[in-house]
Write a protein that binds this ligand. Structure first.
Ligand code: F6P
Length: 736
């Protein structure tokens, strides 16, 4: 039906064009027609008065004048004048406009070449200059002034008929098309139904097999899900045992889940602000195994054993953290340089230009090789399961496969994957793709990112794209490309130590010096330019400008963890956000009220969850985000089923959390409207929306995310074993 509507629109546009063209042609033809018509009628009028005119010409002005008056008896001729060949006025009727002098008329008549001409278009006055023939030749010219009001009326009538016709035709065409589309759709559906029921063999027969297979798969999945119960650590562990013989899992991620920092009171454990850690850590608790990461804390070296390992989580040790040490130069080239000044802006549409330095790339290659080596040291079989995480390690999958050809390597790209054209600007695009294709499975948050990746492979690599299997095949090896929307643990363990909603509301308002009924909005981010923090604060500013009722009542609190501060762009962002908050506070604040509270610091998860619970709304305004787990954490925190989530349409989360108020963060009017709507939303509506989102996040939690990837990997492994396709790879091109 949508296609039919589009067709109707095109049809209407075509009809409108045809109508305008028809009107234009008609107007021109009519003009030419009445111009020659007037010339002819003028000639007739002058001829019929010829006797009177010639009798008095040129000495008896009164006789000529009477003859001219006779001519103007015709109601469409308003005035007449007789001009001598030398341009002198011989006689004129009383209504003749004397501004139209004989000389002026002669000039226009010359240009009109014997046709009628207009001298005062605004008055619809049209003139003709007809030569008066005598016995000895041309005696002079008779000028007639015609009233063309009737032509305008005729024109208007034609226009009305034409546009009326267009309207009727357009209506008829639209109705006919929509009816035809509806009948066709009905017929199509009936025929497909009959084909599916096996009642008839129709042209849809080839589709029937595919539809049945899809239905079977969905039913099986649903039944399987129902049988397995909700996804939790136990079910994930059982899945690992059943499908992958309980293999130990090795995770490779740049960021470590626990950072040991030396402080004034001794060594403390810091939990980094990272979506990746939020998602992966509960999975590792459930699966056990080893997490290989960069040891970035000031006390990290003091807490590892001789093999650079430490058992975590502190106090509940269930898996190993293997730390890899990087020099300052390595960190500058691999992490700050190629990963965060090159790949990060390349993959996010946030208007930051990527910087690609050869020296950064070389360090990136070397560091990937070192981490791949560390992974190979941590595995305990030649068929391990390795989970490679994110853009820091695009080359590691192939490097690992070179050493462990039978490994099951699941790579998850936590950030968006750009379209092929954009990705193509990277000088090392082929090497990156080749590195990633060492994986058994590559996962993205959304189908769109999968499509973009496949398009890039199609454009730049020698390979076969198996669209049906959603896979890339290179030298007989298959890499599945699948969407696995990441999520959070459910229930969130941090919430055990966080007071209930009522208590958090009271405590946070007290700490901020706000009244018990103050309205509170919250934003929680790493301070990154992709998160749209500036746009978010600007939306608060706009809210206060457009909705005075919230002045003095609404406070927006932004928790911003400084991040990647060695990169200029991030330092500048910190300054801009500080300044913007100060400007808004100066504009609207009063002695007892600051509209924006900016807490620029690292906050531990318990603190973050207190704010989620205390807030009336949470605004996630990313300009581009693979998923965004802050949105899901806010939902998880609200066991009171209250609070409103405002969510940028440019996050992966917006596809799942459709009950959020989804906004374009660049559109400040829309965002401020949404803020106002959130602050005015009834508790019933909040409950309805929050309940639906909580149902979704609890079901599609991170255990399910990991479980589905592992099940797909197991299936792939089984098939590869059966078909004997676990063949070694050729070495990585251009990466030595
Ligand atoms: O979720 C995206 C992500 O880049 C993760 O990959 C990363 O751990 C997180 O953001 C935080 O970034 P960083 O590790 O650079 O502090």
């Amino acid at each position: 039906m949508r296609r039919a509507a589009r067709f109707v629109l095109v049809l209407l546009a075509v009809l409108a064009l045809v109508t305008v063209a028809a009107w234009w042609v008609l107007a021109r033809t009519t003009k030419a027609w009445w111009e020659s018509d007037l010339a002819m009628r003028s000639k007739l009028a002058v001829n019929s008065a010829r006797v009177g005119l010639t009798r008095g010409w040129p000495d008896d002005r009164a006789t000529v004048g009477r003859a001219l008056e006779d001519i103007t008896r015709d109601s469409r001729i308003l005035g007449a004048a007789a001009c001598l060949p030398d341009g002198e006025l011989l006689a004129a009727t009383s209504d003749y406009p004397l501004g139209f002098t004989c000389a002026l008329v002669a000039e226009h008549a010359g240009r009109a070449g014997g046709r009628g001409f207009t001298m005062a278009p605004e008055d619809s006055l049209h003139l003709t200059a007809t030569p008066l023939e005598g016995e000895g030749g041309v005696l002079g010219t008779v000028v007639l002034v015609h009233d063309l009001g009737y032509v305008d009326q005729r024109d208007a009538a034609t226009r009305q008929v034409l546009f009326g016709g267009f309207f009727v035709l357009a209506l008829a065409a639209a109705v006919a098309t929509l009816l035809a589309a509806r009948f066709a759709w009905k017929g199509w559906t009936l025929e497909l139904q009959r084909a599916l029921l096996g009642e008839a063999s129709t042209e849809f027969q080839p589709m029937v097999r595919d539809v049945r297979a899809l239905v079977d798969r969905l039913v099986n999945e649903r039944e399987g899900e129902a049988r397995g119960g909700p996804w939790d650590p136990a079910r994930l562990k059982a899945t690992l045992t059943r499908h992958l013989q309980g293999e130990r899992v090795v995770v490779l991620a740049n960021r470590e889940p626990y950072i040991h920092e030396r402080g004034e009171g001794g060594v403390k454990v810091v939990h980094p602000a990272s979506g990746l850690v939020t998602a992966l850590e509960p999975v590792m608790r459930a699966c056990s195994g080893t997490w290989v990461a960069h040891g970035s804390g000031s006390a990290d070296r003091d807490t590892v054993d001789a093999k650079d390992r430490v058992r975590v989580p502190p106090g509940e040790e269930s898996y190993l953290l293997r730390r890899v040490w990087l020099t300052e130069e390595e960190e500058a080239g691999y992490y700050y340089g190629f990963s965060n000044e090159g790949l990060w802006p390349l993959c996010h549409v946030a208007h930051a230009r990527p910087v690609f330095r050869s020296s950064d790339w070389e360090t990136y290659v070397a560091v990937n090789r070192r981490f791949a080596g560390a992974v190979c040291e941590e595995v305990d079989s030649d068929e391990p399961i390795v989970l490679v995480q994110d853009y820091h390690f695009a080359l590691a999958p192939r490097m690992i496969r070179e050493r462990l050809p039978r490994a099951t390597i699941l790579t998850f790209w936590h950030i968006p994957w750009p379209n092929a054209e954009r990705f193509g600007i990277c000088p090392w695009r082929d090497e990156l793709l080749s590195g990633l294709l060492g994986s058994s499975i590559i996962g993205f948050h959304t189908q769109q990112h999968c499509n973009n990746f496949i398009d890039a492979v199609d454009a730049f690599m020698e390979s076969r794209i198996d669209r049906e299997a959603r896979a890339v095949v290179q030298q007989g090896r298959k890499t599945l490309v699948r969407p696995y929307p990441i999520s959070i643990e459910w229930p969130v363990r941090w919430l055990h130590d966080v007071p209930g909603v009522a208590e958090c509301r009271k405590a946070i308002r007290g700490e901020l010096g706000l009244g018990a009924d103050a309205l509170l909005g919250v934003g929680i981010d790493r301070l990154d330019y992709t998160k749209g923090v500036e746009e978010r604060l600007a939306a608060v500013d706009e809210l206060l400008a457009r909705f005075p009722e919230f002045r003095g009542r609404f406070t927006f609190i932004q928790l911003a963890a400084p991040s990647r501060m060695k990169i200029t762009r991030y330092r500048e962002l910190n300054e801009r956000v500080e300044q913007l908050a100060a400007e808004i506070n100066a504009r609207w604040g009063t002695p007892g009220w600051r509209p924006v509270v900016l807490l620029r610091d690292h906050h531990e998860p318990q603190t973050v969850f207190r704010y989620y619970r205390a807030a009336d709304l949470c605004y996630v305004s990313s300009l581009h985000d693979g998923m965004n787990l802050v949105a899901k954490e806010f939902v998880a925190a609200r066991d009171d089923e209250q609070g409103v989530l405002l969510l940028s349409q440019f996050t992966g989360a917006a596809r799942d959390l459709t009950e959020a108020l989804v906004v374009n963060p660049y559109d400040l009017r829309q965002a401020s409207d949404a803020l106002a709507a959130a602050l005015r939303m009834s508790p019933e509506e909040q409950r309805e929306r929050m309940r639906a989102m909580r149902r979704l996040v609890s079901e599609f939690n991170v255990y399910r995310w990991a479980g589905r990837m592992l099940v797909d990997a197991a299936e792939l492994r089984r098939r590869e074993r059966l078909t004997g396709r676990l063949t070694p790879l050729s070495p990585l091109t251009g990466v030595s």
